[in-house]
Design a protein around this ligand. Sequence first.
Ligand code: GZL
Length: 358
Amino acid sequence: MIGNINIKTLKTILVVSLCCLLAGCYPAKGTEAERVVEEEDLITIGFSQLGAESDWRNANTESMKSVFTRENGYDLIFEDAQQKQTNQITAIRSFIQQDVDYIVLAPVTETGWDTVLMEAREAGIPVIIVDRQVNVADDDLFTCWVGSDFELEARKVCMWMSYYFRKKGVAPEDVHIVDIQGTIGSTAQIGRTKGFDHMAKLYGWDVVAHEEGDFTKSKAKESMFNILRNYDNVNVVYCENDNEALGVIEVIEASGRKCGSDITNGEIMVVSFDGVNKKAVSSLVAGQISCIGECNPLHGPRVESIIRKLAAGNEPYKYQYVNEKLYTNTAAVPSIMLGGKEYNVTMLRESDLHQWPY
Ligand code: GZL
């Protein structure tokens, strides 16, 4: 430590300052001479990504890789854990051995991180948590977190349904809804299920079942097949991500039923989260999905902003939430009120698909 700055931060401050200083001495990027950052000047980032289970996850990985490039002054060590926490713990230990400057962790589930995060703290390596959260005894074990408010996402989608059913004259007791849950124990699943359960109880909907979907199309298809086999009254399916929704649509349509918002006349409403998978967004425009709660995956620039602040010796906010939209295909519900705040609803059209950002 020098004063109250540890050696690692000091090194990063010097590197960032050097990069900024040198940047002014080189021709503009893209001319005949590229800015060359020497190996030892690069800021090393160890990124443990939980897997590649969904389009959201792939967009999140791409966002990180596109920001943490050598041209931008970084050496990114990327490890894909294939949805296994043991692989993430191994990756973090490897980052510690390599003495990286920063560790970024996208945790598969919330618990089981205390020991390895203590090892990172003892090594003096700041840890930034991205997307899902960690549930640890001491939140000094990580520097900060950036991601979504999953329970708010859930309450917004459910509030949209409540407004819509009221407008269409659907009585709460005639809503027979199932929840196809994401990876059990992940913050996204915990929040989206908690928000769903709260709103379903508040509005008196009949919750027929909670089934696992693991944020994947294949698992959601399996669960939806069992639901249609075991229940004949389900008229709303709440999917905790778009990949699940695509599987649910396939099974519903294969059974001869129709996905849509007219549940009074036999259609089955499907709602979802993410808004990343283009087929899911086009299914919303086509009316097969009625509402999608945006979950923004583009955390690369957000994480870089945190690292820049840390490198400059500043203290970023501990928890940084991302603002997100609510997408639908109808003008029936232009906005919703939730917790005293108004949220506009974004109505998507075919033309919006042409420049969809993912
Ligand atoms: C949410 C993220 C979830 C997405 C799924 O931030 O953790 O995991 O909603 C993804 O698509 O698998």
